[in-house]
Design a protein around this ligand. Structure first.
Ligand code: G6Q
Length: 549
């Protein structure tokens, strides 16, 4: 660690030690301009971080930390196509996928933009063919259902976007997502579909992923049983970087949409992995999503750190994780359509920054990525918000909402927004003793009853939240939001000195599953393992031995 970075951490630790308990009520009372100063406005997008447990001095020290970690230089290294994913020796250029300007983006001495644009053009043509009905199934029937078969980065992003923007989709072209190797998911999906009108998109960067290959093989068998082998060409396309494996599967390379090793799975929805988005919503909406990502990229690349939304969110997260010791972060969209947004961010954040060694292999000396979780409001209010308000854990929260709905049901959206505003206020300012006493007295409770109930009715407050508010949930805005969090995660990884773009932690389980699989066969003699795993395996083998029992 550089001496400057070391000094910046020490300054933050010293500041933390002298700060004492932070009172948001006091901070707001002392600084009437806190809301304006502690918020960023990007057109209609407001990011209000004034309800976070930071003072002006905290933020100053956090920006110093970012500078000492050379966030700006790393940002430029990313855009310059340097191999900042060091353990995989790869560039990290998902920003090129949504680059809409005339400038080249160079990787290994070559401008990648012509290839990016060429794939986009092929996606556009194909999307228009399917949506117009000129692309037909083997029997001549138009396509009504698109099934994306992929997992992880080849599933979560496009699925989240399709769900979030389903109000813009054509009802006669549905999108389905099958990811789990649990056949229950594929079986339930296929049960609702007509093979003559179904198009499968097999999405896999490597085209070797066990789950995806199993699901694709079963889907292929389902289709060919109904329509014959020759139908595969009209009902299967692939998104991959592995042309050979795609051809081996039986998909003509002309039906493969490519991307590149400099696109990480969890950053790939902007690539051809977004094909189901384009098919379901229309290519122009996919382009609007890219435009939104590009708008956030320009902000991230040009705004000074002190006004830079992804940088600010990243530094607040570091403050909570490393200085205040909060281990989780909740993402709470007040928008049912963003139901899968927390899951997408969970992968983005936890797979990127759930690391315990630095880029150079030495252990990190402080906590890294938090546990990211969340559910849409208002549902969460009737479930886990109790802990947010009165539990012993402090959970920094992000609240997200659109000012305007995309339905015409009266009376709903105002209630939704009122609840969002109320939660941020309640978490920040709580409810004190005097107020609770007065309330209970007004209800006619005697002194003893008031004393007994009082501790249960108090809300301590000073629980941090950030509000992210925008006009409508449209493709452009969703693009901005996804890119906002991507860059937040990037900045945090830089400050922690980790490689945010590898995911070695997912490998061991895959290897062990491959070695256990043969031992589930009825006639196998299981290999010796630890007593617990062997015991579980033996139990499953006994239960499976007699399926009729
Ligand atoms: C994401 C990860 C991981 C990946 C899946 C699917 O960043 O790399 O979630 O997307 O394992 O991989 P394939 O696309 O190669 O099937």
């Amino acid at each position: 660690m550089s001496p400057a970075l070391d000094a910046a951490w020490q300054a933050l630790e010293a500041h933390r030690a002298t700060l004492g308990r932070i009172s948001l009520a006091r901070l707001f009372a002392e600084d009437p301009g806190r809301f304006e100063r502690f918020s960023v406005v990007l057109d209609d997008l407001l990011i209000d971080y004034s309800k976070n447990l930071v003072t002006t001095e905290t933020l100053r020290l956090l920006f110093e930390l970012a500078r000492a970690a050379e966030v700006e230089a790393w940002r430029e290294r990313m855009w310059a196509g340097e191999r900042i994913n060091t353990t995989e020796d790869r560039a990290v250029l998902h920003v090129a996928l949504r680059h809409r300007g005339p400038e080249p983006i160079v990787c290994d001495g070559r401008d990648v933009m012509p290839e990016v644009r060429a794939v986009l053009a092929r996606m556009k043509t194909f999307t228009e063919e399917v949506r117009s009905g000129s692309w037909r199934g083997a029997t001549g029937a138009p396509i009504t259902d698109v099934v994306n078969i992929g997992i992880g980065g080849s599933d979560l992003g496009p699925q989240m976007v399709c769900r979030a923007l389903a109000h813009l989709a054509r009802p006669d072209l549905r999108a389905h997502f099958v990811s789990n190797v649990d056949g229950a998911q594929l079986a339930a999906t296929l049960a609702r579909l007509d093979p003559r009108q179904t198009l499968f998109v097999v999405a896999s960067k490597t085209f070797t992923t066990q789950e995806t290959m199993q699901n694709a093989a079963s889907a292929r068998a389902w289709l060919t049983r109904a329509l014959g082998e020759d139908a595969v060409a009209r009902h299967f396309v692939a998104v991959s970087t592995n042309a050979e494996a795609v051809a081996r599967f039986g998909i003509d390379p002309s039906r493969m949409f490519g991307f590149w090793d400099w696109v990480g799975g969890r950053y790939s929805l902007w690539s051809a992995i977004g094909l189901p988005i384009a098919l379901h919503l229309g290519f122009e909406r996919f382009e609007a999503l890219l435009e939104g990502g590009y708008a956030m990229d320009r902000h991230f690349r040009t705004a000074p750190l002190e006004r830079n939304a992804p940088v600010i969110l990243a530094l607040l997260g570091i403050w909570y994780r490393d200085l205040l010791g909060y281990s989780t972060h909740a993402v709470l969209p007040y928008d049912q359509r963003l139901e899968r947004f927390p899951a997408h961010l969970q992968q983005l954040d936890m797979e990127s920054n759930g690391k315990r060694v630095r880029r150079d292999g030495r252990p990190v000396d402080r906590p890294t990525g938090p546990i990211v979780w969340g559910e849409p409001g208002t549902n969460g209010q009737h479930a886990f918000f109790q802990l947010l308000h009165q539990g012993t854990e402090i959970v920094p929260c992000d609240f997200l909402a659109a000012a305007l709905p995309d339905h015409d049901l009266e009376g709903h959206h105002e209630k939704l927004l009122a609840n969002l505003l109320a939660q941020g206020q309640a978490l920040a300012f709580g409810k004190g003793e005097a107020e609770v006493r007065a309330e209970l007295a007004a209800k006619g409770l005697d002194e003893a009853a008031i004393e007994a109930l009082l501790p249960h009715k108090l809300f301590p407050g000073d629980r941090p939240s950030t509000a992210i508010l925008f006009r409508r949930l449209d493709p452009f805005t969703l693009g901005r939001l996804i890119a906002l969090y991507e860059h937040k995660v990037f900045v945090q990884g830089v400050v922690w000195g980790i490689d945010s773009f590898d995911q070695w932690g997912v490998e061991l389980g895959k290897e062990l599953a491959a070695s256990i699989l043969p031992d589930l066969a009825p006639d196998a003699t299981p290999k010796p393992r630890d007593p617990s795993t062997s015991g579980q395996l033996a139990h499953l083998r006994r239960l499976r031995a007699d399926p009729r029992a």
